[in-house]
Design a protein. Structure first.
Length: 449
């Protein structure tokens, strides 16, 4: 049974209506000012460190989302019967989709949609996005779950561990789907803790009642920080379920993973060496290489702050050029006159002209392609919840059955959830970022052999 707490209701009400959770942007991270652009020599140094790695990383793939949003425009077509450019493109390109051969009746548009979305048929609007066919390779159809497992094995060769956060009711189906392509990859699953679900409030600031209980909603991807915390692996690669290129294009992704992993290991080694004989000049030199501290932080740095830096988890995040995709980006953030490097979502940013100007002029975007180390620099285990900024939650506004409501999501997994981490941003090629937000994305060249 999901726990109900009066104290939690009052706290969340205060967070939604009384407290200010906006992030204050100081400036966008750019190449040379927060984002590293490696030359060939630096890439080789990082990749060499990866090759010398004596532990095998694990994959952590958030995958609890359903496929419904991929087909939103088809649901609208069913409801309104109105042709749009997107609807026309869908039917014109239908034979190119990886699932096209699974649809038996193609004479009428309504028949196609019925087979795709009906609960008694393929049911793509309700099943997890990861169970939807993403690619065709040598005549065989592969789902996103299968592709992540296949490519993890291709990259790591041996001792392959992949962890998915999923909807519990689909676990057996997902497991059977994965077993079709690999039985020797160690796959594990976890679920978002329902006790973390948010309470929903109406415009009168009252909690919304749903039957004999309160209406609650999942608290966002920040809720799976606890799942990440529980994984029995120190080095973890994080990537979203819908960002997986065709396996024939996996070489570039493998190279980028190697460079990011090697960068993290080099950073840890360099910090450890500096700690043996700490000097401010040594830190400044190190920061010029990794760009992990702001100028303001450097100017106010002390050896005690360096000791705190050594005891934090570390992440190396790939950043792609901003080409207008919705989502978060890399910024220098002013938090009570302390300027730190963060990944910030649009929803966290004030609508003021000054803040929106910084957002508009940002050069890079967060594709969720990151390597994280859960230990400190000396290899000691950490509790990741100790490094979350609980004040950086999200306030979400939605309409449910004509009722306007607000609720609080926990600080985002890679946003406030990793606020107090050692953070390094590295520019990576946009070819490793091809998310599937609508079904038309499956006909992108990145998803074809």
């Amino acid at each position: 049974m999901i726990q109900v707490s009066t104290e939690d209701i009052l706290l969340q009400k205060s967070q939604v209506f009384d407290n200010e959770c906006r992030v204050v942007l100081d400036s966008a991270c750019t190449i040379g000012d927060g984002i590293i652009r490696f030359n060939n020599k630096e890439r080789q140094r990082a990749y060499r460190a990866f090759r010398e790695l004596d532990i095998s990383p694990s994959f952590f793939i958030p995958a609890s989302g359903s496929g419904s949003r991929m087909f939103n425009f088809l649901y609208e077509w069913i409801e309104l019967g109105k042709d749009t450019d997107v609807v026309s493109a869908f039917f014109n390109q239908f034979d190119l989709f990886p699932f096209a051969s699974l649809v038996k009746s193609r004479k009428h548009r309504a028949n196609i949609i019925h087979e795709l979305l009906s609960e008694s048929e393929l049911n793509y609007g309700e099943i997890p996005k990861g169970l939807i066919p993403f690619h065709v390779d040598n005549g065989k159809i592969y789902t996103a779950f299968q592709e992540h497992v296949r490519q993890a094995k291709l990259f790591l060769k041996n001792d392959v561990n992949v962890h998915f956060t999923i909807q519990k009711e689909f676990e057996n189906r997902i497991l059977q789907n994965i077993k079709q392509v690999s039985k020797d990859v160690k796959c594990s699953f976890s679920y978002q803790n329902r006790d973390s679900d948010a309470y929903c409030f109406d415009i009168n600031k009252d909690p919304i009642v749903n039957g004999d209980s309160f209406l609650r909603r999942p608290a966002g991807h920040g809720a799976i920080l606890s799942n990440l915390n529980e994984i029995d692996s120190d080095l973890i690669l994080i990537k979203n379920i819908d960002n997986i290129q065709h396996i024939t294009k996996a070489n570039l992704t493998e190279d980028i993973w190697g460079i990011l992993i090697g960068t993290l290991k080099n950073f840890q080694e360099d910090i450890l060496n500096l700690s043996k004989s700490y000097t401010l000049d040594g830190l400044i030199s190190l920061n010029s290489r990794y760009q992990f501290l702001s100028k303001q932080q450097i100017n106010n740095f002390t050896e005690s702050k360096f000791n705190h830096l050594k005891r934090r988890p570390t992440r190396v995040c790939g950043m792609v050029k901003n080409e207008g995709a919705p989502g978060g980006g890399p910024f220098w953030v002013n938090n009570k006159n302390n300027i730190t490097k963060q990944i910030v979502e649009d929803i966290q940013i004030s609508k003021s002209n000054q803040q929106q100007e910084i957002l508009r002029n940002s050069s890079h975007f967060n594709p969720v392609f990151m390597v994280v180390c859960k230990t400190d620099i000396e290899g000691n285990k950490l509790n990741l919840l100790d490094f979350r900024d609980d004040s950086k939650y999200f306030v979400v506004e939605k309409t449910n059955k004509d009722i306007k409501m607000k609720y609080r999501e926990l600080p985002g997994l890679w946003n406030g959830g990793m606020s107090d981490w050692n953070t390094i941003f590295v520019e990576i090629p946009s070819q490793v970022f091809s998310p599937v937000k609508t079904v038309l994305g499956l006909n992108n060249i990145a998803h074809k052999a």
